[in-house]
Design a protein around this ligand. Structure first.
Ligand code: AOF
Ligand code: ZN
Length: 393
């Protein structure tokens, strides 16, 4: 004897959908900084179970999970279908981006979904890739599968997690995230030749997590001179997830004795310079393992053209860039209209009057009042973390 299926209200269904979509988003995060040039997507496959006896459970069960794998393949849906090992007939698929419909470097996910007998697809985001776009929903619905796209805060979060892809398709550039640590007084310490820690251990670990989620990490030459950073991810067990290290150095003045150059044969180091940079310097740095890219100068002739750099990064498959270059580089990115997200760690100690106020005279407070960014706050231990996301992004 089978028990009558407990009827699910719309609100039950909605909260269940939200729960699985949240999980899909968490899975998508695993591939950030590792799936380029593809966006990192998360997928969850869920079966509704109806108990045949009173002892058997009635309810939903996760039968497969997946996320976009290193280098972008397999796609999240394909990985989840493999994980479900055939238990997919009549199931619901939750995804953070509409499933692809094109024959790219991997076969279309829409076909695999149809063949697997999936009954319902719930997606969090429209794929702006013209090869996918509206075709995704159309193809899936044409096969008799229910397709819905979720609205609300989770959708916004999903859109943000594939910003590298969105910017690449729509604006032909990567997504730029700016990170800065300030003291209680909102100031950044001036360079002293070594890193100055104004935020405690936990916040620094969080910063390393941000490195891991980027394809490339970018600084100016002055930061190399002042801090001699490594720019690798040093979270235990995740060292191999370090991003490509990028330095803006128009005249190739970076020292061969800097940590970056000394480790260039182990961790990729790209140095962007102007056409006029000395050829001899290029030869020396190349010998040490660095890759040298000559780019245009900006209109004032005082620095490198950030838009040209963005184009080079894109053609080199970089989609997510973490800019850790200090207040001057951050300001240049803001002025060029390339600051998609600004992440500020604010420690408990004051830096003092000799520190630099970032983002022009308004400092961080100015950012909090800017209509161009939406701010959220969280605490990492005793460090205040503020995220400013571009509103039109
Ligand atoms: C999905 N699931 O996990 C991802 C998708 O060259 P390909 O075949 O890897 O296709 C790349 C495109 O697929 C990419 O530009 C984006 O539109 C989509 N990414 N799609 O169904 C995924 N990462
Ligand atoms: Zn796909």
């Amino acid at each position: 004897m089978s028990f009558p299926k407990a009827s699910m209200t719309d609100s039950d269904q909605n909260s269940r959908d939200q729960r699985y979509l949240r999980l899909a988003l968490k899975l998508a995060r695993r591939g950030l900084g590792n799936s380029g040039p593809n966006p990192s997507v998360g997928a969850v496959i869920v079966q509704e179970r109806q108990g045949r006896t009173s002892a058997q459970m009635t309810g939903s069960e996760i039968v497969g999970v997946g996320w976009t794998q290193p280098g972008g393949r397999p796609h999240a849906e394909a990985a989840a279908l493999v994980n479900a090992a055939g238990d997919t007939n009549g199931a619901t698929l939750y995804v953070t981006l509409d499933p692809c419909t094109h024959q790219g470097r991997s076969p279309p996910c829409s076909n695999a979904i149809i063949e697997a007998g999936i009954a319902r697809v719930v997606s969090l985001g429209f794929d702006p890739n013209p090869e996918v776009a509206v075709q995704s929903q159309q193809q899936i619905e044409a096969a008799g599968i229910i397709f819905s796209r979720m609205q609300g805060p989770l959708r916004k979060e999903a859109e943000w997690s594939v910003q590298g892809h969105i910017q690449a398709v729509q604006n032909k550039r990567p997504f730029f995230q700016l990170k800065l640590a300030v003291g209680k007084d909102g100031r950044v310490p001036r360079g002293t030749g070594k890193p100055v820690w104004i935020t405690p251990q936990l916040a620094r670990a969080h910063g390393h997590l941000m490195r891991l989620e980027a394809d490339a990490i970018l600084v100016g030459r002055r930061t190399v001179q002042d801090d001699d950073p490594n720019l690798t991810c040093r979270l235990p067990g995740l060292e191999n997830r370090s991003p490509i290290r990028v330095v803006l150095d128009s005249q190739l003045r970076i020292s061969e004795n800097s940590s970056l150059v000394k480790t260039a044969s182990r961790h990729p180091l790209w140095i962007f310079c102007s056409a006029a940079a000395p050829v001899e310097r290029e030869r020396i740095l190349r010998e040490k393992g660095a890759d040298i890219v000559r780019v245009a100068q900006n209109k004032t002739g005082e620095g490198l053209d950030l838009n040209d750099i963005a184009g080079h990064l894109l053609t080199r498959d970089v989609r997510r860039v973490l800019v850790e270059g200090g207040p001057l580089v951050a300001e240049t990115f803001c002025k060029a209209g390339l600051a998609d997200e600004i992440v500020i760690y604010q420690g408990q100690q004051r830096v003092g009057a000799e520190g630099i106020i970032p983002f022009g005279s308004g400092g961080v407070i100015g950012l909090t009042q800017s209509p161009r960014f939406q701010m959220t706050e969280q605490h990492i231990g005793e460090t205040l973390l503020r995220r400013f996301r571009r509103v039109d992004g």
